[in-house]
Write a protein that binds this ligand. Structure first.
Ligand code: HEC
Length: 213
């Protein structure tokens, strides 16, 4: 076997596969085995709660009909559903959720992604994505207002001329100011992205009063 080229390539192939499996799967699993995975309940913080309350103010009727109170409990539900919508609509075909340590990614999207950011329920499985037809979304939360997202999901071209992003009218009860349950959930999920960082935009401008409201 060692005398033939094919034999050597075969052994090298199996060897490299085993090495990759060890270094990329077995070692990380062993390293983080003791760290508990955060639940969605644990992920809700003042930043995302502020955005959730903001949504209830911007779309009072839709929010009342589909969500009810802007409580922590409902925020948790919206985040879980929002992630499902993100997965179901295939947003990850065009958007990554990982700021890479190359190509000056951090200048455009913010701090390079770290392991701990993915140690939670909403990252199972992770939505790293493989293609970037649109921008990376892992620091998207707080960058834009929820009404911008609503109009953008309803018809991207209204706010972004020539956008190739598909329209998602089924997330609305007919107009961009009437997001339905799934629409509200998706916006909540998008506003959540990056809410675990102190650099979350808007937040710094919030007054104590707004936070305690
Ligand atoms: C066919 C590829 C494609 C799909 C599918 C897609 N997008 Fe996009 N998305 C884009 C492109 C391209 C842009 C940049 C142009 C624009 O703003 O519309 C974009 C922009 C965005 C932005 C604005 C980012 C910013 O701040 O500039 C958000 C948020 C977004 N997409 C979320 C989503 C969500 C959520 C879904 C799934 C419901 C989705 N996208 C599906 C291609 C896509």
């Amino acid at each position: 076997m060692f005398e033939s080229k094919a034999g050597i390539f075969f052994i090298a192939g199996v060897g490299f596969f085993a090495f990759a499996f060890l270094s990329n799967a077995a070692v990380p699993v062993a390293m983080y085995r003791d760290q508990p995975e955060k639940t969605v309940e644990e992920l809700v913080n003042p930043r995302i709660l502020y955005q959730f309350k903001e949504l209830s103010r911007r779309f009072p009727e839709a929010f009342e009909d589909h969500v009810g109170e802007a409580s922590e409990e409902n925020c948790v539900k919206a985040l879980r559903l929002g992630r499902q919508v993100y997965v179901g609509e295939g947003c990850w075909h065009c958007h990554s959720q990982f700021v890479r340590p190359v190509s000056n990614d951090s200048r455009r999207f913010g701090a390079v992604s770290e392991t701990w950011e993915y140690q939670n329920e909403l990252q199972r499985p992770v939505m790293f994505g493989t293609r970037r037809v649109g921008p990376d979304l892992t620091r998207e939360g707080g960058r834009r207002g929820s009404d911008w997202h609503a109009v953008h999901f309803f018809r991207p071209k209204i706010v972004s001329t020539d956008s190739p992003m598909p329209e998602y009218p089924w997330l609305f009860d007919g107009a961009p100011d009437k997001p339905n349950k799934r629409g509200i959930a998706l916006i909540t999920y998008i506003q959540w992205l990056g809410s675990w960082h102190d650099t979350y935009p808007y937040y710094e401008e919030l007054t104590e009063m707004q936070l305690n409201e």
